[in-house]
Design a protein around this ligand. Structure first.
Ligand SMILES: [Fe+2]
Ligand SMILES: [Fe+2]
Length: 152
């Protein structure tokens, strides 16, 4: 399996539930940095990612629990598998094995689009539906007429 060397934020990741989109943008930013930073900075960014993942995944679990989301277990299992890998890899990077840290970053870049598309998007739709009684509306830059200038 070929893993991705890069991950950058794109509107295609928007799911229409603002608080989740914000945390996903942060996720993408940290993984991007883990893929591109010098070896000397990798451990610090991995630890930043570990803290981010704790917050990100516990927030999603809170949303699922508080609203009785039906597919909670398999979603949380994926999060737990990521967190387990991250803590194991941090120990190896602490011993100077930077390549395993970089491989983890590539695996995260590979994992995120599918997870977001499948499990997170179901949760986002569920949260918006409970909030408003309807499905989320996502407006992406590419859907706007080209005459409207958009700051990027
Ligand atoms: Fe997420
Ligand atoms: Fe998730």
């Amino acid at each position: 399996m070929e893993l991705f060397d890069e991950l950058s934020w794109s509107d295609s990741f928007l799911l229409g539930f603002g608080p989740m989109d914000a945390v996903h943008q942060e996720f993408v930013g940290i993984v991007h940095t883990m893929l591109t930073c010098p070896d000397a900075d990798l451990l610090a960014h991995l630890k930043t990612f570990e803290r981010h993942a704790d917050d990100h995944f516990s927030q999603e679990l809170k949303w699922m629990k508080s609203t009785n989301f039906p597919a909670m277990q398999c979603h949380d299992d994926e999060h737990l598998a990521v967190q387990k890998s991250v803590s194991e890899v941090i120990l190896l990077v602490e011993q100077g094995d930077f390549s395993v840290g970089r491989s983890l970053a590539k695996a995260l870049a590979d994992w995120f689009p599918g997870h977001a598309d499948y499990l997170d998007s179901a949760l986002a739709q569920w949260m918006v539906k409970l909030d408003t009684g309807g499905a989320p509306v996502v407006i992406k830059r590419s859907m706007l007429p080209s005459s409207i200038p958009i700051e990027t």
